[in-house]
Design a protein around this ligand. Structure first.
Ligand SMILES: C[S@@+](CC[C@H](N)C(=O)[O-])C[C@H]1O[C@@H](n2cnc3c(N)ncnc32)[C@H](O)[C@@H]1O
Length: 467
C-alpha cells in the first residue's frame, strides 16, 4: 500500500468518507430504516447528482427506499424535501455547533446530521427521537461510529438553540447555492430574486386542468379556480388516483404556468398541430381538447407509453410518434408546432428542491444549446405562415430571453416574433413582458396565502414562420 493510499484510508476512517465500508445491518430500532434510507438518498442526490424523483419512485426507485412501507416512504420524502429545501440554513446552523468545519469528504457524517437537523428544525417529529436515531445511525456505520458523540452533542445543542436562532437564520439566508442566487439576482434584480428564493422555501400547491367545468371540479376537489382557469388545492390528502374525477378522466395534474403555452395558439380547431417534446402529455391533452388534430412526438419510448396511458385515461386521442425531432420527417408540414423543450427545470424548485443541488451553470449552458438545436429544427416542421410556440420551465434567461434573441437574429429571413399580448388569454396579463414573451416565476400570482400562491417558473415565446 502506498503512503497516499494509507492516508486516504486513514482519512476515510476519521471522517466517514462515503467510499469506506458500508453498514452491514440495520439496527432493530423503530424508525431507523427510514432515517438510514434518507441519508443514503441524500448522498445519492448531493454527491452523485441523482434526481430525487427517480430515487423515490415506488416501482423503480432506490432499493433502500423500496424496502420501506408506504408510511416510511412518505417520511423519507418529507425529510429529503425539507433537507434540500433548507440546505443552506441547515448547513449554517450546524456549523455554529462545530468547533471547525467538517472536512469535505465527511459525507456520510454530514448527511446523517442534515437528515436529523431537517426533522429537528422543520418537521413535526420530537427532537429526542431525531437525535437518538441519528446517534443510532452513526453507531451502526463503521464510517461514523467514532463520531456518535459529536452527532449527539451537535444535535442536542441545535434542538436547544432552534427557537432563538432559526427565525434570524431564515431571515438572513438564501436557501440556494451561490451561483443560483447570483444568476437570479442578475436576471430579476435583488427584490424579485429575494421573493423567488422565499417562494422556493414553500412546497408548491397542487394544480389541475379540467377537461370541462373547472368550477364544478374545484368544488369536488375542495379547491379554487385561478384566473387562468386552473384548479388549485393546497395539499393532496391521499393518492391522486383516489380523488374524485380521476377514474373518469375529468382532469389531469398540471401546474398553472405549464398550462399557459398551449393556450398561446388561440383557436386551432381542425388545424394540424405538433407537440414536439410531448410526454407526459399535459400540453398534448390541452391541444386535443381545443379541437386540433394533434401529433405528439416524443424521443423516449417509456415516456411516450406514459403519454399514451394518460391520454387513454382522459378519453383523448392524438397521433403518437416515437422519434427524435432532430431527425423526424413528417409527411406534411404542420400548421403549428409547440416545442416544450427539455431544460434545467429551475422553475420547478418548489416541487423539486433537488434541482438546485444537482444542476450547475454548465448544465444550463449545455441545455440551452440543446434547446437551440431543437428550436432550429422545429421551424423546419411548420409551414410558412404557421406558428411556433417555444416554452420551458427554466428561470434562467440563457434558456429563455437570450436564447430567443440569438434565434431571431440567426433566422431573420425565415422567422418573426409574434408577440404575446395582454388580454389574449385569461389571467396572463401580469406575465407578459414588454418584448411580448411570457415569463412566470414562483413569486407571481400572489393570492395572499403563500401556501396557495405562486406558479412554476416558465418562459414562452411565439413565432411565425415567414418563409
Ligand atoms: C419538458 S418535457 C415535456 C413536457 C410535456 N410537454 C408536457 O407538458 O407534459 C420534455 C420532453 O422532451 C423529450 N425530448 C427531449 N429531447 C427530445 C428530442 N430530441 N426529440 C423528441 N423528444 C425529446 C423528453 O424525453 C421529455 O419527455
Amino acid at each position: 500500500m502506498s503512503g497516499g493510499q494509507r492516508d486516504d484510508k486513514r482519512n476515510r476512517a476519521r471522517t466517514g468518507n462515503a467510499k469506506g465500508s458500508r453498514p452491514s445491518t440495520v439496527p432493530d430500532v423503530p424508525g431507523i430504516a427510514a432515517r438510514m434510507a434518507a441519508a443514503r438518498l441524500l448522498a445519492a442526490t448531493i454527491d452523485a447528482g441523482t434526481p430525487l424523483d427517480g430515487l423515490t419512485d415506488h416501482e423503480h426507485g432506490h432499493p433502500q427506499f423500496r424496502a420501506l412501507d408506504m408510511r416510511d416512504r412518505g417520511l423519507v420524502r418529507a425529510i429529503l424535501a425539507t433537507a434540500l429545501r433548507h440546505r443552506v440554513t441547515i448547513t449554517k446552523l450546524l456549523a455554529r455547533r462545530l468547533e471547525k468545519p467538517l472536512p469535505a469528504n465527511a459525507t456520510v457524517l454530514t448527511h446523517i446530521l442534515h437528515v436529523a437537523a431537517a426533522q429537528i428544525l422543520f418537521l413535526d417529529i420530537p427532537d429526542s427521537a431525531a437525535v437518538d436515531l441519528a446517534v443510532t445511525h452513526a453507531k451502526a456505520d463503521p464510517r461514523t461510529v467514532r463520531f456518535s458523540g459529536l452527532v449527539n452533542g451537535v444535535l442536542r445543542t441545535l434542538a436547544r438553540a432552534k427557537d432563538a436562532e432559526l427565525p434570524e437564520m431564515l431571515a438572513t439566508t438564501s436557501d440556494a447555492p451561490d451561483w443560483f442566487v447570483e444568476r437570479l439576482t442578475a436576471a430579476y434584480g435583488p427584490e424579485q430574486a429575494k421573493l423567488i428564493l422565499a417562494a422556493h422555501r414553500i412546497e408548491a400547491p397542487v394544480d389541475f386542468t379540467a377537461k370541462a367545468d373547472p368550477a364544478m371540479w374545484a368544488e369536488q376537489l375542495g379547491g379554487t379556480v385561478l384566473p387562468t382557469g386552473t384548479i388549485r388545492i393546497e395539499r393532496l390528502s391521499g393518492p391522486v388516483a383516489e380523488l374524485p374525477g380521476f377514474a373518469e378522466g375529468a382532469w389531469w395534474v398540471q401546474d398553472a404556468a405549464a398550462a399557459l403555452p398551449a393556450k398561446l395558439f388561440g383557436d386551432v380547431t381542425g388545424q394540424r398541430v405538433a407537440d414536439l417534446c410531448a410526454a407526459p402529455g399535459g400540453k398534448t391533452a390541452q391541444l386535443v381538447l381545443t379541437g386540433a388534430r394533434v401529433t405528439a412526438v416524443e424521443a423516449s419510448k417509456n415516456r411516450l407509453a406514459r403519454l399514451a396511458g394518460n391520454l387513454e385515461r382522459l378519453g383523448l386521442d392524438a397521433d403518437k410518434v416515437n422519434a427524435d425531432i432532430l431527425t423526424y420527417e413528417p409527411a406534411e408540414l404542420f400548421d403549428a408546432v409547440l416545442l416544450d423543450a427539455p431544460c434545467s427545470s429551475t422553475g420547478t424548485v418548489r416541487r423539486h428542491p433537488d434541482v438546485l443541488w444537482t444542476k450547475s451553470p454548465a448544465d444550463i449552458t449545455k441545455l440551452a444549446g440543446v434547446q437551440r438545436a431543437l428550436l432550429d429544427r422545429a421551424v423546419k416542421l411548420v409551414r410558412p405562415g404557421g406558428r411556433i410556440v417555444f416554452s420551458n420551465c427554466s428561470l434562467d434567461p440563457e434558456e429563455g430571453e437570450a436564447l430567443v434573441a440569438g434565434f431571431l437574429a440567426d433566422h431573420k429571413a425565415k422567422v418573426e416574433l409574434d408577440p404575446i399580448r395582454t388580454g389574449e388569454v385569461a389571467g396572463i396579463d401580469d406575465f407578459v413582458t414588454a418584448t411580448g414573451f411570457l415569463r412566470t416565476t414562483p413569486a407571481g400570482l400572489d393570492i395572499g396565502n403563500p401556501a396557495i400562491s405562486g406558479l412554476d417558473g416558465f418562459f414562452a415565446a411565439r413565432f411565425r414562420r415567414i418563409a
